[in-house]
Design a protein around this ligand. Structure first.
Ligand SMILES: NC(=O)c1ccc[n+]([C@@H]2O[C@H](COP(=O)([O-])OP(=O)(O)OC[C@H]3O[C@@H](n4cnc5c(N)ncnc54)[C@H](O)[C@@H]3O)[C@@H](O)[C@H]2O)c1
Length: 264
């Protein structure tokens, strides 16, 4: 039972592995013996013999294709893709208070979020699927969000990108199942703080809900049945499980990991 997951030597690409959820997933994967390629805008301070950084903007289709090809040429296989890079700018459909028009949905912010959160996973999955089909094996894991399943006040654009990722997951599972490729998504709820929660994010979200920044981190004992936020390591554990052959019969579905907060 000591090596139950059995993902040693698997070649994994993760996007956005330099911060937050991604960086903890990277550590868990390395601890479980995988070879990790982190595709991010900037590197982290991770040091491990099986850790590799590759500078990629996930919205740049040509760069994504080039990066995936170079990883395949190095390793002669790719086993797992984790589409984790994501951004969130809370924006209101209509700024009824009228004091922060910049927090109303505008084209620049919409394009930014849709590009990173959707084009990123699409370009990466497309580039990797080519090799997965050749191998007749592979796993794609998309990091969606509870907001994509439930909606979220002040975060409709973000929620829309994460709901679309669930749609991509279901559809790609149908397209790729015949090639022995699993496509799954996870939907984390409220979790330990990550780089996503910048001061700009907090003030925009508080404004959109007409509350103070302090009130944002409310009493989770009422809203979360397990009465606490999720640990990043708990998200990483689920991703490691979905990366392993133990989850071989799971595809086309999104696993909610929110302490029971949402129906999932
Ligand atoms: N933090 C949460 O509460 C939460 C909840 C549910 C889902 N998620 C999702 O989890 C994922 C990780 O979020 P996080 O909270 O760890 O955020 P984070 O900001 O800590 O990390 C995101 C990483 O993505 C990278 N990135 C951003 N744009 C990129 C681009 N164009 N190309 C390459 N890399 C890029 C960043 O450099 C960063 O390292 C996201 O998809 C997010 O939507 C987060």
């Amino acid at each position: 039972m000591s090596n139950w997951l059995d993902i040693d030597s698997k070649v994994v690409i993760i996007t956005g592995g330099s911060s937050g959820i991604g960086s903890v997933i990277v550590k868990s994967l390395l601890a479980n013996g995988t070879i990790v390629y982190n595709a991010d805008l900037k590197n982290s301070d991770e040091i491990h013999e099986h850790y590799n950084f590759i500078e990629v903007d996930v919205t740049d289709k040509n760069r994504v294709q080039e990066a995936v090809k170079s990883i395949y040429d190095n390793e002669k296989r790719i086993d797992i893709l984790i589409n984790n890079a994501g951004v969130n700018l809370p924006r209101l459909l209509s700024d009824t208070q009228g004091t922060h028009p910049e927090y109303e949905i505008n084209e620049r912010d919409l394009d930014f979020m849709f590009n990173v959160n959707l084009k990123g996973p699409i370009w990466f999955s497309q580039a990797v699927a080519k090799y997965f089909i050749k191998q007749q094996a592979g796993k794609i894991i998309n990091i969606s969000s509870e907001a994509g399943q439930e909606g979220s006040e002040g975060q409709s654009l973000y929620s829309a990108t994460k709901a679309a990722l669930i749609g991509l997951t279901r559809s790609w599972a149908k397209e790729l199942g015949k090639h022995n490729i699993n496509v799954t998504a996870i939907a984390p709820g409220i979790i330990e703080e990550t780089g996503l929660r910048t001061p700009e994010y907090e003030s925009a979200l508080a404004y959109s809900r007409n509350i103070t920044v302090d009130q944002l981190n409310g009493d989770y004992s009422k809203s979360i049945p397990l009465k606490r936020v999720g640990k990043l390591s708990e998200i990483a554990d689920l991703v490691c499980y979905l990366s392993s052959s133990k989850s071989n019969y799971i595809t086309g579905t999104t696993i909610n990991i929110s302490g029971g907060k949402s129906r999932g």
